[in-house]
Design a protein around this ligand. Structure first.
Ligand SMILES: [Zn+2]
Length: 148
């Protein structure tokens, strides 16, 4: 039996118009996810990351000028962050790095992954899903798909 529990929280990218001049600052809570991304793809994370108390329906938001621009920043809903597993946190941040570091858009296709039927085919799917079994069981697939 395959249990699909998609979280109702979305992940969004929200381009901003006003350019600021901010030194890159990464809350140490995200060190593990930054290291994961940098180890996987050999691309440094050159964007700021911080918690905010409440992002409404969103789990996290990438504010992006251009890929890996130091003026980019990611905001993460703090209460959501502490409600999910480590795998959920990894997927959430790899998604935001997909936007803010790699310049990727959403990929909404669903299909079959590792015997799981009709699941998101990409970390760039617009809804967080890293707490699900199909993600945890197929990390290598999802890691490779992100950069291809
Ligand atoms: Zn997104």
């Amino acid at each position: 039996m395959i249990l699909i529990v998609l979280l109702s929280l979305g992940i969004a990218c929200a381009p901003h118009q006003t350019k600021t001049n901010v030194t890159v600052s990464i809350d140490s809570s995200f060190n593990s996810q930054v290291k994961l991304f940098e180890d996987l793809y050999s691309i440094p994370v050159n964007v700021s990351i911080r918690f905010v108390p409440d992002l409404g329906e969103y789990a996290a938001v990438c504010h992006e000028y251009s890929p890996n621009n130091p003026d980019n920043w990611i905001e993460v809903d703090e209460s959501y962050w502490y409600s999910i597993s480590d795998a959920g946190r990894d997927q959430l941040m790899l998604h935001e790095f997909g936007h803010c570091v790699l310049g990727l858009d959403h990929r909404e296709a669903m299909g079959n992954v590792g015997g799981h039927i009709n699941v998101p085919l990409s970390i760039m799917y617009p809804i967080a899903f890293g707490d699900n079994e199909y993600y945890r069981e197929n990390l290598q697939y999802y890691y490779e798909e992100l950069i291809k």
